[in-house]
Design a protein. Sequence first.
Length: 140
Amino acid sequence: MVEYIQGGIAKDHRGQIRFVNDFDMSDVKRFYIIKNTDLELIRGWRAHKMEQRWFYVLSGSFKIDIVEIDNWEEASRDLNVRTEIVDSSENKVLHLSAGYGTAFQAMTENSELLVFSDYGIENAPNDDYTYPLDYFINKK
């Protein structure tokens, strides 16, 4: 499942607060922040059979390519690739249930992507599937 959890922004004379109050973080075990070295770099493909993830853009914007893996022994190369552009001004969390692969590209300088996971780092070696950048051919 790929879904968005919409947040908002509250502003007054003191400044602003960005929030996503409907994001239930009870399953979250860890988080990390991705900041690509430049706008050309594409980080991916990495997939997780067991781990679900939530993505929130702290600054700038990211293009996130998403593919639902059909076979964990050998994924089909012609799976449909869905592209989402997520901007920090949208105040929303992109949720991916387990079973998806992703590739990320920053769209603006100094973009930062906050990623939440429902598994601890000790699980990473057991649930880390990687593919070359050109593996999936149905990228739109």
